[in-house]
Ligand binder design. Structure first.
Ligand SMILES: [Zn+2]
Length: 153
């Protein structure tokens, strides 16, 4: 068990789904129910400055709880990415973008800043929207289990 991690109640959705990771330079918070995230950099007045570094598409959905600011989290996993998008009416949705292989002839269009080329990318053209974060995460887990079963058979 990792002592630096703990599970507690989320002040936004009230579910016991808030993961707190304590690191030497502060705490990271990610709720696995409502999807919102925060860190010590988003405490008090300094949050305003920190928010300037956040993409506008994410920043506009930031929430305030007491002296802490929360922003929609971005989960990047080997199976795919979960992030917040908005529909054509500006309503926030959680979206799952599956990981996909880049055909060899297209890899030249995806240079890796660390050298070489990417072989996989998040398929944001074919992402699947969900009403809430939890359903999105569950869908991703189902895909993960399907893949694991497929490889062990
Ligand atoms: Zn929550």
């Amino acid at each position: 068990m990792d002592n630096h991690k703990l599970l507690t109640y989320c002040p936004l959705c009230k579910e016991q789904s808030l993961h707190v990771i304590n690191m030497p330079d502060g705490s990271m918070l990610q709720c696995l129910y409502c999807g919102y995230a925060s860190s010590d950099k988003f405490l008090g007045a300094q949050a305003e400055k920190e928010l300037l570094g956040v993409e506008e598409s994410i920043r506009k959905f930031a929430k305030q709880d007491q002296d802490r600011t929360w922003i929609p989290g971005i989960l990047t996993l080997p199976e795919g990415m979960i992030h917040m998008v908005e529909d054509h009416l500006g309503k926030p949705l959680w979206s799952y973008a599956p990981m996909k292989m880049i055909p060899e002839e297209e890899q030249k269009d995806y240079p890796d800043p660390n050298g070489g080329f990417y072989q996989q990318r998040y398929d944001t053209e074919n992402q699947i929207p969900f009403e809430n974060f939890y359903d999105c995460l569950e869908a991703l887990n189902r895909i993960k289990i399907m893949k694991e079963n497929a490889t062990t058979v």
